[in-house]
Ligand binder design. Structure first.
Ligand code: MG
Length: 178
C-alpha cells in the first residue's frame, strides 16, 4: 500500500520539470493539477512562468491536461487564455477519468505522467495508474485545520522518500531533513 504514496520525484517548482526530463522518460501526456501546483488558489489566471512553461512543453510535443478537484468556474477562468484540455471535479485519487482521457488521446499509460502537490489525491492517483508521478510543494497552502492535518500525514512519506532518493530531492527546500 505504501508504494502508492511515494512520488517518483520531487521538484522545488513545476518549471524545474523540463521538456527534456519528460521526453527522456518517454512522456507524451502530462496530467497536471492546478491549485497550489501551478498557481495559488487566489490567482485566477496563469502567470508568465506558467504560460512559458506550458509553451515549452507544447513545443516539445508534450500534451498537457489540467486535472483539478476544484470546481469548473475556477478551472475555466484559469484555462481561458490557454485553451488546454481541462477537467474539473476530478475526484482524484479516483483514476477513471485519467484512463478515459489517455484512451481518447490514444496515448498509452506508459507515456503518461502526473504532476501535483498532494500525496493523497494527486500522487495516489498517479501511482494507482502506474505512471510517473511528480510532486512539487504547495505554492501557498491553505491554513485550515483539515489541510494542516493532511500535510502532517504527508511528512513521514516524504521523509522516507528523501532517505531512499537523496539525489532526487532538494532537502533544504522541502524542509524534511531529520
Ligand atoms: Mg493541488
Amino acid at each position: 500500500m505504501k508504494k502508492f504514496f511515494q512520488p517518483d520525484a520531487l521538484f522545488s517548482s513545476f518549471d524545474k520539470i523540463t521538456p527534456k526530463y519528460l521526453s527522456e522518460r518517454g512522456v507524451r501526456l502530462l496530467f497536471t493539477d492546478v491549485d497550489n501546483t501551478l498557481a495559488p488558489y487566489e490567482l485566477p489566471e496563469p502567470d508568465e512562468r506558467v504560460t512559458a512553461w506550458l509553451d515549452s512543453l507544447k513545443e516539445a510535443g508534450i500534451t498537457v491536461v489540467f486535472l483539478s478537484n476544484n470546481h469548473s468556474d475556477r478551472l475555466a477562468i484559469f484555462n481561458a487564455s490557454l485553451g488546454l484540455d481541462a477537467y474539473s471535479d476530478c475526484k482524484k485519487p479516483f483514476i477513471g477519468i485519467l484512463k478515459k482521457i489517455a484512451k481518447e488521446k490514444e496515448i498509452p499509460l506508459s507515456a503518461c505522467a502526473l504532476l501535483g502537490d498532494q500525496i493523497f489525491t494527486d500522487i495516489w492517483a498517479g501511482k494507482r495508474l502506474g505512471i510517473l508521478s511528480l510532486m512539487v510543494p504547495p505554492i501557498k497552502d491553505k491554513t485550515t485545520l483539515f489541510f494542516r492535518a493532511k500535510r502532517r500525514l504527508e511528512r513521514p512519506v516524504l521523509k522516507k522518500f528523501a532517505k531512499a532518493h537523496p539525489d532526487h530531492i532538494d532537502l533544504s527546500f522541502w524542509k524534511i531533513k531529520e
